[in-house]
Design a protein around this ligand. Sequence first.
Ligand code: C2O
Ligand code: CU
Ligand code: CU
Length: 562
Amino acid sequence: MITRRTFIKGAATAGVAAIGLPEMLASRGKHSEAKPADAMQALRIPPIITGGDLTLAAGTFQVYPDAPTNLFMVNGQFPAPTIKLKKGDTFQATVHNNLTEHSVLHWHGVFAPAAMGGHPASVVDPGTSYSVNFPIVQRASINFYHAHPHMMTGEQVYRGLAGFFLIEDDVEQGLGLPSGDFDVPLLIQDKRVDANRQFIYSLTNADMMSGWLGETILINGTPNPYLDVAPTLYRFRIVNGSNARFYTVALSDNSAFTVIGNDGGFLDAPIRLTSVGLAPAERLDLLVDFSSRAQGDTMTLVSQPFTMSDPPGTGTVPQGAALDLLQFRVNRTGSSGGSIPTSLPAIPVLKASDAKRTRLWTFSAMHYINDLSYDLARVDATVPFGDLEEWTFQSVGNTHPVHIHGAQFQVLDRNGNLPEPYERGWKDVIRLDPQGTVHVLVPFNMYPGLFVIHCHKLEHADEGMMSNFAIGESSVAESTTDEVGIQIVPNPASDHTLISFPSLKRKEMIEIQDEKGAIIFSKVLPLGTTQITVQTNAFADGNYMIMIGNRMAALTILRASK
Ligand code: C2O
Ligand code: CU
Ligand code: CU
């Protein structure tokens, strides 16, 4: 536990001015005041796109009015543009890596074919591009996207490569929720900002233990933000895009709000609460009613203080400190016309007795999972496609927000207790406490292929707290090479199939061999290629072998009998 003494010492060595924990704690419960050093700024809202070109590049952005900040950005925006699509749409994007280091974008929470989902093995080199193209198959939900190169995720996300990925659907549109200006996305991040308005990221061992914690909260990239609101119902779609910071979201006057959704979309019922926990990468869908507020009134979205026994790191504002997130100023008129739904669609409840097997994932003090540090080339578990499994997350060290790609889960219990009501429904991140245990039920029925489970304290993941797991035997090449993950969708195929694989490190030949050993298709694939669509109309029904370099995978052609 951090003491006041160590805190003050830390603040002094880091040369941090005016704002300290004791003052912040003392100001709790009062209406928020501007932080001493900086004027408040109107909350920025990222522009909305549906896909297209996503260009990753270094550049500067006017985070503060007085000096530009050096960042990594998507399309020159900080945060990255908001991708907004509707269930049934196709997401099509070309990612151009104009950084001077490798990168890949992961669509966190969005079901995507393995080779297009942003697995760390899919990184592309500087100066290269890759395309993704897949249908949005899931219900309305608040997701995000962020860089995911192994050992560099923490820094690239911190430098700006993160944005919303919002999915809408007809069910949501029928709920009568606040929309337009009254539906506000909030990406919460914390940074260490130096006197020149640059974001500091230099990890010590202590920071790797704690995860990187900043003293400056940015909402949608805005420091000291405020939002002018009308006295009406608002919807806030919240993503915790911080590297390692947890929040306990509340209103400064402790008034109640309504939680209607979390990571995987709507809960099965609205919940009235006065505070709600938010681990790194978790999402919340909140309704806040300002209708009884007078013009000129202010209140603040805050993070309430909490205790977490993790190592403190070198930041000046420790994990669990009270923080102001966003000031609301009742300064507008108008009505959202939205209402708090009295009910939400039912969610099928998974039963532990239906699980085909159990699997244990132990998160160690050394930032290993099951005593192994992450290896891109090693597959630590293979789950048969279509099975429901019960997974146990166990910490023998500190707090870890555990995340899995390629699937959503339902939480059975944590430390022997039911999850919080706002942790019910579909999740892809869950807080695992020090020495704690969480049981979840995970159906693996979306896409086969190679995925990861990892801690979403990004410094922990970068240090190796990540594991590869494969869904479906057939999706992993049975080669002995150091590269895995040829994915074929659909397979069996009829008239065409999409073959995806980690970005090629060199020019390679793809060959398709029939059962007699004849090569019936071949093509040279340039360096950086991640996928190819093969027209298979001329292939007879039967089994084929796909070979790319020294990787192999099986393809079946099967046409519906007429
Ligand atoms: Cu946002 Cu692999 O995660
Ligand atoms: Cu993810
Ligand atoms: Cu962790």
